[in-house]
Write a protein that binds this ligand. Structure first.
Ligand code: CP
Length: 307
């Protein structure tokens, strides 16, 4: 039963509950008009303490396409946060006005705190370098729709695996599906943190390896999940400048990949995928962003108990 639940961590929902959300997302994709009034009278609050394009707009578009309305902010300085109001108080107030909340925050754990004080479901829309569970729903739906399965895949994750919350969440979620192999492609400085390696990969006996070059592994991949080196997570600019161009996927590197490999990216990209790859049939990142809206429609409908 998903009604009334919050989504803070990708493991908050069982595999069966995820299947329920994906099944509804499929139906919405097939016939969006049928769901155009499912959330009539409902209000989504988007509390974005950190910049976003895809996540905020896809949440807002999702609610509008369900017939609901949206309130919120993308600039916390325009609210009483700038006067020192705590997350606990902000969420208590928002609970009086809205039916569901999507919150992005630069501090790890902030949406969890919000969910502890909220009267309505809270969805973590990305917390610092920690988790991004609705991006993971997007990624799983995309893989499942294009590859037809979430098991028996070799998945390469490339770029900033240290601070990349989308990677952390995706590894967690994939650990529940059988026989996947994960190849972690990063420079030494941006490797996946130990709490993910020991706590998720080792604990669940997931086969994985760590490598430094895309060229060495690309031919074995079914999915290549590219990520951006995130300037905003670095403590000093020198380190960022040294590492920012570590990985650039271009036609030459892609020439070794399987014909049916798919390239995903949570976006935004900076320069890690060359623009001339966008027209390659394996480039699925824009399709992925669109699936993100449909899966958020399904998620909110389930958490609000309207479908
Ligand atoms: N994928 C993602 O979270 O993008 P935004 O930061 O634009 O929301």
């Amino acid at each position: 039963m998903l009604k009334g639940k919050s989504l803070i961590d990708p493991m908050d929902f069982s595999k069966e509950e995820l299947e329920e959300i994906f099944a509804l997302a499929d139906k919405i994709i097939e016939n969006p008009r049928e769901y155009a009034h499912a959330a009539d009278g409902k209000i989504l609050a988007t509390l974005f303490y950190e910049p976003s394009t895809r996540t905020r707009f896809s949440f807002e578009a999702a609610m509008l396409r369900l017939g609901g309305k949206v309130i919120g902010f993308s600039e916390p300085n325009s609210t009483s946060v700038s006067k020192g109001e705590t997350i606990a108080d902000t969420i208590r107030i928002v609970s009086c006005y809205a039916d569901i909340v999507a919150m992005r925050h630069p501090k790890e754990g902030a949406p969890k705190i919000a969910s502890m004080y909220s009267e309505i479901p809270v969805i973590n829309a990305g917390d610092g370098g920690h988790q991004h569970p609705t991006q993971t729903l997007t990624d799983l739906l995309t893989i499942s729709k294009i590859k037809g399965k979430l098991s028996n895949l070799t998945i390469g994750m490339c770029g900033d695996l240290k601070f990349g919350r989308t990677v952390h969440s995706l590894i967690k979620a994939l650990s529940r599906y059988e026989n996947n192999k994960i190849i972690l492609i990063s420079p030494d400085e941006l490797k996946v943190p130990d709490y993910i390696k020991k706590g998720i990969l080792d604990k669940n006996n997931i086969e994985y390896e760590e490598v430094k070059r895309i060229e060495d592994v690309i031919e074995s991949l079914d999915v290549l999940y590219m990520t951006r080196v995130q300037k905003e997570r670095f403590f000093n600019e020198e380190d960022y400048i040294r590492l920012k161009d570590s990985y650039i996927l271009d036609k030459n590197k892609l020439s070794k990949a399987k014909d049916d490999m798919i390239i995903l990216h949570p976006l935004p990209r900076v320069n890690e995928i060359s623009y001339d790859i966008d027209s390659d049939k394996r480039a699925c990142y824009f399709k992925q962003a669109k699936f993100g809206m449909y899966v958020r429609m399904a998620l909110m409908a389930k958490l609000m108990g309207v479908l």
